[in-house]
Design a protein around this ligand. Structure first.
Ligand code: CP
Length: 306
């Protein structure tokens, strides 16, 4: 048994994980990537409930669960009783009553998970697949796994998070944990999308001021679906002012890496031809997402044995 196998009741926010738990999940993800197997004698039923669109998170959780030998319960929000007025609480209460072990949930409401994990009757474990512009712990853990694989540590790394900061659960999850792990953070992007909460975690800069100094450039998707009015938005202007152009790519350190949670708006956050450039780890992030999610699911299944 690996010392990186931990037991957690739920995984809903990076704020509720200790540094030691985060490092164990990353290292267990790397063990899975290197071929480690998990064996369960008993049946485990998992429901993936996605109330917002998703390709990577939804499908990476499914692949992770299949690799662990779990049974997946089909759930489609479009045909569920949500359409007859059922609340999220009642959907999860039902899953719990049916004997579902783990619910992986993506939902547009920030903090939706709080009432679920505090409920004395809901016994199913909750894994947050993203709550509005709140938290995205599995994305954060796969990002950390990607950085750890590259550098072997976080302490002292210069990391710029650039783009649509206010609407990004990826930015919020990552800034909290990266600061706790000793990284030096910079925030870049349009002023209208960066609120003062980021000032507690790092320094506001322009991308041009730091692009030649950072170890990690973490680009964020422009989240049009969360904007009230995008009528003045210009893809060309955004790319020129805040995006990764070839000129900025050429100024990166030789050892620097580029990350993006994806989906990518090509030629907006990053030039189309740079998505798979040598310094890009965007495809690696997606692959790591399977293995770190295996570690997450394993940890909550372990938590249910306690
Ligand atoms: N990065 C991410 O969460 O992608 P999806 O929305 O496709 O799951």
């Amino acid at each position: 048994m690996s010392s990186n196998q931990i037991a957690l009741k739920n995984v809903v926010s990076m704020e509720t994980l200790t540094n030691a738990e985060v490092l164990s999940l990353i290292k267990r993800g790397i063990e899975f990537k290197n071929g480690a197997k998990a064996h369960y004698d008993e049946q485990h039923i998992i429901a993936n409930l996605f109330f917002e669109p998703s390709t990577r998170t939804h499908k990476a959780f499914e692949v992770a669960e299949l690799k662990l030998g779990c049974d997946l319960l089909d759930f489609d929000s479009k045909t569920s009783s949500i359409n007859k007025g059922e609340t999220l609480y009642d959907t999860i209460l039902t899953m719990s009553a049916l004997g579902v072990d783990v619910c992986v949930i993506r939902h547009p409401e920030v903090d939706y998970y709080k009432t679920l994990v505090e409920s004395p009757t809901i016994t199913t474990s909750i894994v947050n697949g993203g709550d509005g512009s709140g938290q995205h712990p599995s994305q954060s853990l796969l990002d950390l796994m990607t950085i750890y694989q590259e550098f072997g540590h976080f302490d002292g790394l210069k990391i710029a998070i650039a783009g649509d900061l206010d609407h990004s659960r990826v930015a919020k999850s990552n800034m909290q944990i990266l600061k706790r792990l000793g990284a030096e953070l910079y925030f870049a992007g349009p002023d209208v999308w960066r609120s003062e909460e980021f000032a507690d975690y790092g320094q506001f800069v322009t991308l041009d001021e730091v692009v030649d100094q950072v170890d990690v450039l973490m680009l964020l998707r422009v989240q049009h679906e969360r904007h009230d009015d995008d009528s003045l938005f210009s893809k060309e202007n955004y790319h020129k002012m805040h995006g990764l152009t070839q000129e900025r790519y050429d100024r990166l350190k030789d050892t620097a890496i580029i990350m993006h949670p994806a989906p990518v708006n090509r030629d907006v956050e990053i030039a189309d031809h740079l998505v798979e450039a040598p310094k890009s780890r965007i495809v690696e992030q997606m692959t790591n997402g399977v293995f770190v999610r295996m570690a997450i699911i394993e940890s909550v299944l372990n938590g249910r044995k306690k």
